[in-house]
Design a protein around this ligand. Structure first.
Ligand SMILES: [Mg+2]
Length: 389
């Protein structure tokens, strides 16, 4: 279970303005565009918010609601400077940091839910360090994924800490209105509300086929988010799309029709593809076997997996079945290839799996041990019996 923090600065622009001009302290301060234009409120101190002033409101309306408010013209350079300093502080806690906007960032640390009080104390330390060094307050949310951490940081604003433990995810999430789900904008939430879907719990209980019919591709994502599952990684730079498939080919030293040699090669390929998937945190729903004959004729055969997998044994089993479908061989084989497709991030694949019992946990443990050894000694350090016989 991942440990992720969302750090959200409180009334950021307005707080920076107060910091730079102590005379503003304790007063209703509104940061907006130039007073000559019809500008909107971009940030307001909590003293101003008491009058119902919100960002996005027109400056004219804000002035009507709070005539004594002090308007300050926004100064992006100042905010950027403080934003960089906040990032620098967050980097000290973990190199896995993602600025999400000028005043928000995600931070992922090594999983530590099992250590009593550890997540809470880290959240307080983050907030405390920002306060001590920059004299600014932040609200911090901690959870097992980005969406839940972001929901958490809003729950005790300003200057608050909210920890949503993994086992509380569903309880917290399901009581919220659907628009709190990531990616549910005004249009989607209205469409849902019209259909009687008001809370996240309502959404979670809708059949996925129905969501896909109404919202297309997003329907699937909505379903996972409503379950509190969000596998998106915390990355400083934008990541590319997940790959469509991952595979390996081996061209034999010389063309061969020897079943023993070919099956050993297949076993090696199964290990290699599976360990690569594990390293990149995917499971596959389909395997494809490729055979290139000595005359360069290519034959392929593919098969779906019953359960999403990234285990050597599953892959070798399927590869053997695919192999048998190719028999008898037309002639000598020049190249063998195995590729995994229908890839899903592990977290989603596991949620989709019909069972994840103790038996499977044992396999996971075994595979992780194998990966650790490979990582230290290289790919050929460990191969199951068959490959080295
Ligand atoms: Mg903020």
């Amino acid at each position: 279970m991942r440990t992720i923090f969302h750090v959200d600065m409180d009334a950021f622009f307005a707080s920076v303005e107060v910091l730079c001009n102590p005379k503003l302290r304790g007063k209703p301060v509104i940061v907006s565009g130039s007073p000559e234009t019809r500008s909107v409120v971009s940030s307001a101190t909590y003293e101003a918010r008491k009058f119902g002033i919100r960002s996005g409101m027109s400056a004219v309306e804000a002035r009507m609601r709070c005539p004594q408010a002090i308007f300050v013209e926004g100064n992006p350079k100042k905010y950027l400077y403080y934003s960089m300093r906040i990032q620098e502080i967050l980097f000290r806690f973990s190199p896995q940091m993602e600025p999400f906007s000028i005043d928000e960032a995600f931070l992922e640390v090594a999983p530590c839910w099992h250590q009593a009080g550890r997540v809470e104390s880290l959240a307080f330390q983050i907030k405390q360090t920002i306060k001590e060094e920059l004299f600014l307050t932040a609200s911090v949310g901690a959870a097992a994924n980005k969406m839940m951490a972001k929901i958490g940081s809003k729950m005790n604003k300003p200057d608050g800490v909210t920890v949503i433990r993994p086992e509380q995810t569903q309880k917290v999430l399901w009581s919220l209105p659907v628009e709190k789900i990531w990616g549910v904008g005004e249009k989607t939430s209205k469409a849902l509300n019209d259909l009687g879907v008001v809370t996240v719990q309502d959404l979670a209980q809708i059949p996925v086929e129905w969501l896909i019919r109404v919202f297309g591709k997003n329907g699937e994502a909505l379903r996972w988010l409503a379950q509190g599952i969000d596998p998106t990684p915390v990355k400083y730079f934008d990541e590319e799309e997940p790959p469509k498939s991952l595979g390996h080919d081996i061209t034999l030293e010389k063309d061969s029709g020897d079943e023993q040699v070919l099956l050993q090669t297949l076993c090696y390929l199964a290990d290699k593809v599976a360990s690569r998937l594990r390293r990149e945190q995917y499971k596959a729903g389909q395997l494809t076997l490729k055979i290139k004959y000595s005359n360069f004729r290519l034959r392929t055969s593919q098969m779906p997996l019953l359960n999403y997998s990234n285990y050597d044994t599953d892959f070798f089993g399927i590869a053997q079945t695919l192999w048998k479908k190719m028999l008898p061989l037309e002639r000598g084989v020049r190249m063998l290839g195995l590729s995994a497709s229908k890839l899903l991030p592990i977290e989603i694949a596991n949620a989709q799996q019909t069972f994840f019992d103790a038996e499977e946990k044992k396999v996971v443990g075994l595979c992780q041990a194998i990966d650790r050894i490979r990582h230290r000694f290289g790919q050929t350090a460990i191969a199951r019996g068959r490959c080295i016989e």
